[in-house]
Ligand binder design. Structure first.
Ligand SMILES: [Zn+2]
Length: 488
């Protein structure tokens, strides 16, 4: 039965075979991956109506061993339905040298720091000190599967509600001591397991691929190992699945970031903003048609934008994630679009992470052609002062009609030759996130754009002015009036 525990375990087991095959690293030195190739499974629990759940997630290393009683879930009193025996003891966390206690402190603290970073965008406190009173969420990161009667191929096990509702006061198990001791990325692997197991208890499913087709290997809810590094809950909808895509248990797709934000509310990321620097043009090169630089972010760069005199003109997507995550010093370059007028230009790069945080590079000032002398030679809507063509800061809200992309705060003006509005990307398969009564209209494989409900929008070649493109067709709508279109 689809909803049964057995079905679910079988689904997961099928996923394991591929993980075993893929987990053999092609990069690392002599590495026994047996410990990392095991299963991370879920146990279905009946959905129960719940009060708002605790905002405390406790990581437990089981100093001297954790005594677990079998029974109805009660994390604060160390009771769980998962162990086979009436009473079980989970062995203390060991480090990569097999040591417990203070000798393992450094590695333990590194894992705690990693999990704190991973959960920092949400209003949840990750701690390794158990509060005096419950309820709280207990993530045991210690011991071996045999300690609770599980097979040696099990790396972790957690309760997952049939309706994906968050479970309060339950224990998830991540069997730290079953993970490979010689994995050079052991801290990140442990962090991955405990992030996934704890999040199962909050109702999250396994993820397979993001809506843009990229592997979900950069999200802790994945089984996939085609990329590595520190895995973060991504603000991107994904298909679910272990070794292939399947519908999610509760919906077509899952956005792990949004789901956890709904459960806990918003927190403050502690991973820092992106870094970015511009390398071309330089102070001596003069104007160049290619602009380049480097950018990096602990969470990963989502996109890098080219800004000229304070307005975005082009962008490139963040680099793919590799076996050690995304290059923290990644190289990005893009062409200056042909519509950029002759002008003195303040050239700048802006790097975004996938939560929308951004950092601007320094500014390099060059002259393209000659300084402007009047707005006549500038782009639509621009002014000319001191030789620079520029726009006033954007004022267009989502749904406002727009003459060009830089009018919009979102930087995105899309539509037909009859109607263009400030818009933003969205997920056509997910819940509608579009502001101001717009709806999400599919614009490509797994991608969507917010638009008026009865509009036909944005297929390539529809005559729409795409992002960043300064279209000559704007002349026809120069007399536009800004008004918000609202549809029911
Ligand atoms: Zn799992």
């Amino acid at each position: 039965m689809r909803g049964s525990v057995l079905y679910w375990i079988r689904m997961v087991v099928r996923g394991v075979l591929i993980l075993l095959a893929l987990a053999t690293p092609s990069v690392a030195a002599p590495l026994t991956v047996a410990g990392n190739a095991g299963r991370r499974i879920t146990v279905e629990v009946p959905a129960a109506p719940h009060a708002p759940i605790s905002n405390t997630l406790v990581l437990e290393r089981c100093r001297g061993g954790c005594r677990i009683t079998k029974g109805s879930n009660d994390a604060a009193n160390s009771v769980s339905t998962i162990p086979a025996a009436a009473e079980s003891t989970v062995d203390e966390f060991v480090n990569s040298a097999g040591m417990t206690g203070a000798l393992a402190d450094a590695e333990w603290n590194a894992v705690v720091q990693c999990v704190q970073e991973v959960y920092s965008p949400f209003n949840v406190t990750v701690t390794d000190a158990r509060p005096a009173n419950g309820p709280y969420h207990l993530a045991i990161l210690a011991g071996r599967p045999g300690n609770v009667g599980q097979g040696n191929d099990i790396l972790g096990i957690a309760p997952l509600a049939g309706d994906c509702s968050p479970q309060n006061n339950v224990i998830s198990f991540s069997f730290a001591n079953q993970h490979s001791l010689v994995d050079p990325a052991r801290v990140q692997t442990l962090c991955w397991t405990v992030s996934q197991e704890s999040a199962h208890a909050f109702g999250l499913d396994h993820q397979y691929a993001f809506s843009d087709g990229r592997s979900a290997c950069s999200d802790p809810m994945t089984y996939r190992v085609d990329c590595g590094g520190q895995r973060f809950f991504r603000n991107q909808s994904a298909t679910c699945g272990e070794n292939s895509a399947r519908p999610c248990r509760c919906g077509t797709t899952q956005n792990s970031h949004q789901k956890l934000r709904t459960v806990f509310g918003e927190g403050t990321p502690i991973t820092g903003d992106p870094t970015v620097s511009i390398t071309l043009p330089t102070a001596t090169s003069g104007f160049t048609t290619t602009v380049g630089g480097t950018a990096g972010s602990k969470r990963g760069i989502r996109r890098v934008e080219l800004r000229l005199n304070g307005a975005g003109w082009a962008e490139v997507a963040g680099l793919p994630f590799g076996m050690n995550g995304q290059d923290p010093n990644g190289t990005y370059s893009m062409q200056v679009p042909p519509g950029v007028p002759d002008s003195i230009l303040d050239v700048q790069l802006r790097a975004y992470d996938n939560l929308g945080a951004f950092t601007d590079s320094g500014i390099v000032t060059v002259t393209k052609g000659a300084p402007c002398t009047s707005a006549d030679t500038c782009a639509t809507g621009q002014q000319c002062e001191e030789g620079k063509c520029f726009w006033e800061p954007p004022t267009g809200e989502i749904g406002d009609e727009c003459p060009y992309a830089q009018f919009c705060k979102s930087g995105l003006c899309r539509g037909t030759s009859d109607l263009q509005v400030c818009t933003e990307p969205c997920d056509p398969a997910g819940t509608n996130t579009c502001a101001n009564d717009l709806v999400c209209i599919a614009s490509g494989e797994g991608m969507g754009i917010c638009f008026v409900e009865d509009g036909s929008c944005c297929s390539v070649g529809s005559g729409a002015s795409g992002p960043w493109v300064h279209g000559g067709l704007a002349v026809a709508i120069l007399a536009f009036t800004v008004r918000r279109r609202r549809r029911r």
